[in-house]
Design a protein around this ligand. Structure first.
Ligand SMILES: Nc1ncnc2c1ncn2[C@@H]1O[C@H](COP(=O)(O)OP(=O)(O)O[C@H]2O[C@H](CO)[C@@H](O)[C@H](O)[C@H]2O)[C@@H](O)[C@H]1O
Length: 478
């Protein structure tokens, strides 16, 4: 019989995406198919999702799904097998899946309890003809699924909880316990209680059979007091069940040899053809033609996590090396303003595109000489993987998945011919400045630089290896 996994996530590329979670949830099913694992993805029926469904068929109905009627649709879209929760009172809101103009939706606890509860229903076999061997919950939005499955006190599938970002934990008031269909005994340290409230991620981390996060280094970091962000103790107590599995990227979506967002294709054998992408990026970002020093790119949420304040602080040093900066991002208004001011003060040298633009993200990867990722913490990071594949040298903070995926071009690595980028100590001005100095020195040796590009482009950043790890984990918990 086919081994089946129910993947539960609040985002799924290409249907709905605010960050890397969507990329992972969208790419893993295809990669797992090669391992003989069939994945069905459960997600909320936001308008953007409902519009894209093919062959949607109602298969379950509830009169009261956390405040209104709901249906479960079995559907396909973008080559994925989906279960979509059609519950307009919870999900029929345009824009972000989490927030409106006034901030986070106040009923997010009910909205994502709905996601976890339907996951548990499916896991418990309520839909005839569907049986999951494993329920895989991603991030806090799916965190209650393992709790509902536990409290059902019935035969249940294995459960896996994956942390994509420990900073987002999903908490709500204790008074909601009954409204969220959690039994009274759930109100305990040994249950969903978390610092006096109900913790969605805490619940998932407590009840899931296995916990994963998206890199081995982050798996170690989150067991520390500081990296644990309040959950370090729990994660230490579950250390035996916690592992890190690196993310991959979809190498069909991210392929410089066939990318419609680039002016032309290139490969590691035809690096000179990359020039056209660099010229296009310069035009797009209003940057001067200036081949004397590397053009640095950023594709990022502009946030504290991503260390973008350090980039602004190190900007004089960056410009002092003659480097240029092309920034694609949005987020924290103060940081957006900071980069806008920098672009205004240094026309032709600093370019900014505020907002989210998928095609431009590809052009930044294809046109930059190096990609800056100075995160304070980074569970895995996907943009540095894209950079490796596109021949942009990743310049990354030595944290989490950035430390695990980029080989620092230090002397030994250069001598061994294995470097792929530059690492530096943390998201602070001085180490970043030092890293820029090293980058400028590497740039002086053009054949050496091209070797680093080729090393990066030869790295396997696909989902092949990670999918094997997930498959082994699933089979171990089923
Ligand atoms: N302005 C913009 N325009 C277009 N595209 C943009 C963009 N800004 C960001 N992106 C894209 O959004 C994704 C961001 O993914 P990341 O993994 O880098 O970070 P994120 O913090 O969202 O994910 C969290 O989950 C993922 C998945 O596990 C972890 O890798 C990560 O460390 C963790 O913080 C990438 O695909 C990137 O190209």
């Amino acid at each position: 019989m086919t081994f089946t996994v129910l993947s539960v996530a609040s985002e799924l590329y290409p249907l709905i995406k605010t960050g890397g979670l969507a990329d992972v949830a969208g790419a893993l099913p295809g990669a797992l198919a090669a391992e003989g694992i069939a994945v069905h993805s459960l997600l909320p029926g936001y308008p953007a999702v409902m519009q894209r469904l093919e062959q949607a068929e109602p298969v379950l109905h509830w009169d009261d799904l956390f405040g209104g009627p709901g249906r479960l649709l079995a559907a396909r879209a973008a080559g994925l097998d989906l279960f979509v929760i059609d519950a307009p009172h919870l999900y029929a809101r345009p824009g972000s899946p989490y927030a409106g103009p006034e901030g986070d939706f106040r009923d997010n606890p009910q909205r994502f309890a709905g996601l976890g509860w339907v996951a548990a229903e499916l896991g418990l076999g309520r839909l005839s003809g569907f049986r999951a061997d494993v329920v895989h919950a991603h991030d806090w939005q799916a965190g209650l699924a393992p709790a509902y499955l536990h409290y059902a006190e019935a035969s249940r599938p294995g459960t896996v909880m994956t942390v994509h970002n420990l900073a987002f934990q999903g908490q709500c008031a204790p008074e909601l316990l009954a409204a969220l269909r959690l039994p009274p005994q759930a109100w305990a340290m040994d249950g969903v209680e978390y610092y006096g409230g109900i913790g969605f991620l805490k619940a998932g981390l407590h009840f899931a059979d296995r916990i994963t996060t998206v890199s081995p280094s982050y798996a170690a970091e989150i067991r520390t007091e500081e990296g644990g962000m309040g959950l370090g103790g729990l994660l230490r107590s579950r250390a035996a069940d916690l592992s890190g599995i690196l993310n991959g990227i979809d190498t069909a979506v991210w392929n410089p040899e066939a990318d419609a967002a680039l002016p032309g294709p290139y490969s590691s054998d035809t690096l000179s053809a990359r020039e056209a992408s660099r010229a296009a990026l310069r035009r797009r970002m209003g940057l001067a033609e200036r081949p004397v020093a590397p053009l640095l790119g950023i594709v990022s949420r502009l946030s504290w996590q991503k260390g973008m304040d350090a980039v602004l602080e190190a900007l004089p040093a960056l410009l002092g090396h003659g480097m240029q900066l092309a920034v694609l991002g949005s987020g924290d208004p103060a940081l957006e303003e900071g980069f806008a001011a920098a672009a205004a003060a240094h026309p032709g040298q600093v370019g900014l595109h505020r907002g989210y633009d998928e095609a431009l993200a590809h052009l930044v990867q294809g046109g930059s000489d190096a990609l800056l990722v100075p995160s304070r913490f980074e569970p895995c990071g996907l943009t540095q993987l894209c950079a490796l594949r596109y021949g942009a040298l990743p310049v990354v903070a030595r944290v989490g998945g950035l430390a695990d995926t980029v080989i620092d071009a230090n002397e030994m690595a250069l001598a061994a011919g294995v470097g792929t980028g530059v690492q530096f100590a943390a998201a602070a001005r001085a180490p970043l400045e030092a890293a820029l100095g090293r980058l400028a020195a590497l740039w002086q040796d053009r054949p050496g630089w091209q070797q680093l590009q080729r090393n990066g482009m030869a790295a396997d950043v696909s989902w092949r290896r990670p999918a094997r790890h997930y498959a082994a984990l699933y089979r171990a918990v089923a």
